[in-house]
Design a protein around this ligand. Structure first.
Ligand code: FMN
Length: 422
């Protein structure tokens, strides 16, 4: 098992302060990048590292940077997505609170590689501690000359602004985030034809990356792409739910779910067994104990009809009522739907009403087909991926745990909870 790269110093007292960061080689990758590398060389290094964005979609970071037009004299922006709203995901917050300079250093290198002079961090509004630590870290970085004008005497300038969101999940979606950053309501923009790389913030080319993605950049530059890859490449899994040691686990990408859950997160409580798993946050299709030997990577999970998403593994043991969990996730998407498109706005309400009646002991035989039909009609018809996130889990639960739904309808009660749910 390789040593952790991104989380090596997490939890050390005072780690969020610049002196602790500098003492372990912090900002050295930036100094080398500015002194020894051209922007194009850094883009090539990131491409060669194989890094894929950690915000959920897994788009190759180097390719995204290459797609960003770099015409002379044209304003470009860097926007870092630190909204982290996906249920079960807490890796970005952990980095922001525990090692904020790593993200700032990644941002300055990214800005240099893409010749950007203005950057924003869109930070989840509820991250009070994260905001305090990140703001302080940014002030320290300005004071020591790692951000601002003529960084380390290189002639390169970068301003970074922290912008706090108001806690809407949709504002994590990149185009809704840009709307919100521009001061409007967080409604997603139509894409295609234009993606943020080409027309993003204020209609300008915008490099938009996740906060964890930024934290990988100094390591890629410091180690070189090949040595970086020998660490896995690394990924941060947020492991939560019915495990005895939940938390952020830095592991090589593709570690099997079983190893992550049992070895690194302590497994379920004594006497309990794993019943189901969300492998990539609540937007990923639910899997069963039979899938535990699957490597937690983009391709393997996609083959099962699920996804790695934000790499948030939510473990459910045998005391869990699956229809109740699915109702809770559907309610989340219902409450967070921005309302812009009908399938998402109406579909999530219909689904939660039907799930309500099933769980309250008033389900009808035809309800399971009705749930499936609504979910099918939402698939491929929503304006953005928020609404599209609902059908995979619901349909997977109907496939793997149909008997549980049927029991609620026939018995009017839950065999796990003992009676009807409220
Ligand atoms: C509903 C929704 C919510 C999202 N929330 C986040 C988020 O909180 N943080 C994030 O980095 N990406 C989030 N994403 C993904 C972003 O749209 C985008 O793909 C990502 O920030 C790009 O960065 P990356 O290439 O480094 O992964 C969300 C997407 C959707 C559809």
């Amino acid at each position: 098992m390789p040593e952790p790269l991104l989380t090596r110093y997490l939890g050390q007292p005072g780690r969020e302060e610049i002196d602790a960061y500098l003492a372990t080689g912090g900002y050295r990758a930036l100094a080398r990048a500015l002194r020894e590398r051209t922007p194009d060389e850094i883009v090539a290094m990131v491409e060669a590292s194989g890094l894929r964005g950690r915000g959920g979609a897994g788009f190759p970071t180097g390719r995204k940077w290459k797609l960003t037009p770099k015409r002379d004299g044209e304003t470009r922006y860097l926007v870092v997505n630190a909204d982290e709203g996906e249920p079960g995901t807490f890796k970005d917050r952990t980095l922001i609170e525990g090692d904020p300079h790593q993200i700032i250093e990644g941002m300055v290198i990214t800005a240099y590689a893409n010749q950007v002079h203005q950057a924003y961090i869109y930070l989840r509004g509820e991250f009070f501690l994260g905001h305090r630590r990140l703001s302080r870290a940014l002030a320290e970085a300005y004071a020591r000359g790692y951000v601002g004008r003529n960084i380390l005497g290189s002639g390169f300038d970068l301003e970074i602004v922290i912008h706090r969101g108001a806690g809407a999940y949709i504002c994590g979606e990149e185009t809704a985030l840009l709307e919100s950053l521009e001061g409007r309501r967080g409604f997603p923009r139509l894409k295609p034809p234009y993606y943020p790389a080409v027309r993003g913030l204020y209609d300008r080319p915008t490099v938009l990356n996740n906060a964890e993605t930024m934290a990988h950049i100094p390591h890629i530059v410091a180690l070189g792409p090949e040595a970086y890859k020998s660490y896995g490449p690394p990924i941060l899994y947020s492991v939560s739910g019915h495990v005895t040691r939940p938390g952020v686990k830095e592991l090589p990408i593709g570690t099997p779910l079983r190893e992550i859950i049992f070895e690194h997160a302590g497994g379920p409580r004594a006497g309990r067994s794993v019943k189901a798993v969300f492998p990539g946050g609540s937007s990923s299709a639910i899997l069963t104990a039979e899938h535990l030997d699957t490597p937690a990577d983009f391709e393997s999970l996609q083959k099962l009809g699920s996804m790695l998403g934000s790499s948030a593994i939510i473990v459910l043991d045998d005391t869990t009522c699956i229809p109740a969990v699915i109702r809770r996730t559907v309610e989340f998407y219902r409450d967070e739907s921005c309302g812009k498109c009908t399938p998402c706005r109406e579909g999530t309400v219909w689904l939660s009403q039907i799930l309500d009646r099933i769980l309250c002991g008033r389900g009808r035989r035809e309800d399971l087909d009705l749930l499936d039909s609504i979910a099918r009609n939402m698939t491929g018809t929503c304006f953005c991926p928020l609404g599209e996130s609902v059908p995979p889990s619901l349909r997977a639960s109907l496939r793997y745990f149909r008997d549980e739904y049927a029991h609620h309808i026939e018995a009017g009660a839950c065999d796990v909870a003992g009676g009807p749910h409220r």
